[in-house]
Design a protein around this ligand. Structure first.
Ligand code: FES
Length: 128
C-alpha cells in the first residue's frame, strides 16, 4: 500500500458539488487485473482494482457490516464480500446481491461508495 503522494490540478465536482482532487494512489504496474488493492487518498481507505482494462475505486469497507472488501474477490465487474457474499457493481456501487448467512438473507441498506479514476501516464489517480 502507498500513501497518497501527489494531487492533480484537474477540477471536477463530486456528487455533493464539491471540487474533486485527483490523488495519485498507485502506479499502473501495481494494479493487476482482477486483484483488489488497498490504497488511501486524503485519509480515505479505498479499494482499487482493474477489470477488462478499466480501473475502479470504491470504499474499502463493506456497506453491510464493514468487512474489508480487499479480502473479497472480483466477479465480472463486481466485488463480492467474503463475509456474507454481498455483491456490488464496481462502476456504480449498486447492490447486485444482498448479504446471506447460511439460509438467512440480510438486506444491504447502502450502495458502495465509488470514486472516479483517471490514469495519467503511469499514475493511477482517484478523485476524492
Ligand atoms: S460484511 Fe460484507 S456482506 Fe456482510
Amino acid at each position: 500500500m502507498r500513501a497518497s503522494s501527489r494531487l492533480s490540478k484537474q477540477g471536477r465536482l463530486s456528487q455533493e458539488g464539491l471540487a474533486l482532487e485527483y490523488v495519485m494512489v498507485a502506479g499502473t504496474a501495481e494494479v493487476r487485473e482482477g486483484e483488489l488493492l488497498p490504497v488511501e487518498a486524503k485519509g480515505i481507505k479505498l479499494l482499487l482494482t482493474k477489470v477488462d482494462g478499466s480501473y475502479y475505486a470504491t470504499q474499502r469497507k463493506c456497506p453491510h457490516l464493514g468487512f474489508n472488501l480487499c479480502r473479497g474477490k472480483v466477479e465480472d465487474r463486481a466485488v463480492v464480500c467474503p463475509l456474507h457474499k454481498a455483491r456490488f457493481d464496481l462502476a456504480t456501487g449498486a447492490v447486485e446481491q444482498d448479504a446471506r448467512l447460511l439460509f438467512i438473507d440480510m438486506k444491504v441498506k447502502r450502495n458502495l461508495q465509488t470514486y472516479p479514476v483517471q490514469v495519467n501516464g503511469y499514475d493511477v489517480m482517484v478523485g476524492v
